[in-house]
Ligand binder design. Sequence first.
Ligand code: BG6
Length: 473
Amino acid sequence: MVLLGGAGDLALRMLLPSLYFLELDRLLPHDLRIIGVARADHDAASYKALVREQLGKRATVEEAVWNRLAARLDYVPANITSEEDTKKLAERIGAHGTLVIFFSLSPSLYGPACQALQAAGLTGPNTRLILEKPLGRDLESSKATNAAVAAVVDESQVFRIDHYLGKETVQNLTALRFANVLFEPLWDRNTIDHVQITIAETEKVGDRWPYYDEYGALRDMVQNHMLQLLCLVAMEAPSGFDPDAVRDEKVKVLRSLRPFTKETVAHDTVRGQYVAGVVEGGARAGYVEEVGKPTKTETFVAMKVAIDNWRWDGVPFFLRTGKNLPDRRTQIVVQFKPLPHNIFGPATDGELCANRLVIDLQPDEDISLTIMNKRPGLSDEGMRLQSLPLSLSFGQTGGRRRIAYEKLFVDAFRGDRTLFVRRDEVEQAWRFIDGVSAAWEEASIEPAHYAAGTWGPQSAQGLISPGGRAWKA
Ligand code: BG6
């Protein structure tokens, strides 16, 4: 395995710790070698020292496990767009079986890196390329990147990462829907009122602004993680849990998303940017102060998305995501419709709640379904009702919480692309997102301010409230 960008932030914070944990659980292929590649001037020993130091910040390192991982590690200083350097890398790799190359680079380097890898003979049929997001900034740049990749390897060799697909509960969503007979007959416009998907972060943008300011919340979060979650909730049952069957169904959902227009975008989307406020008891600067110059990039997005197909006609999907929000929370709420008629009499009108399925991904992993039941005990007022959650809390089922990349690495080593994003999927998602940003531009929609530590601009409440709906508290 070659980690391009091997001395960068993602590699040191996520990728190498994931490999360490896989080593701990003896889930790495026994003959795996790992070569970090970056421009930084390390040798193998100083690279290992760097990795060891960073690992210590994330985990209590077991020496025996570290020694096994360190024995696999090597480092090649190289500019990956230079054919000469890449040839040196090829010499270091030598004869090899499956070669997994992880691109943790600026996406502008993907094309040139592919060419250099090809020139060095590293893009044969045994090569798999793992590509980290962002894959483009819009449809056009995404197509250009995908074309540069397709020029050197076949699509079956490409593993596009959306790390949300590696999260345990995201996979569990598929199990919940398609390994139980209970939900599928209810999973449509007849029984579901609406769906909410929230990815709320307490983190500020901070030092990441040079990247973030180019992308904003729409491109950074909605284009990938949020649309992936939406697809998994909304897709039809695939014929099997295999890469093409699953991804075919996700693409159909993306194709059914109703595009926003100049007319609908003001009403059905909210764009926000944080100003100074307080998060988790600490003062936070405004986004403009972090960037140090005026900027119109959004740090919050909410939208009401319509899916134009038979299953979801008339069922809104409300999405919201933002930085510097009051809570770290990733959650999907499937709100069922109210009962058509209450047989228990007016005294229980206020007690009857429509069923709700809540899928928590972060910070805790939990799936819970609210069920109405009789309030226990005797009452001289007749039957009284209460709602209680039926809950599957994964926190209690034991085990360390895995980094999403661990699962994705295991799949990439096995050659299973089910949890990776296919080219047409990523491009279809960009088509939808380009429509949103074009509509914002046409309708001159600029971000509304929200204080750090609040749930976005006021209009985010107004987006969902018609019909008596509300974001789940
Ligand atoms: C990344 C985004 O893809 O996902 C970040 O670029 C965001 O801005 C992160 O913070 C969120 O991931 P997670 O796993 O922490 O929810």
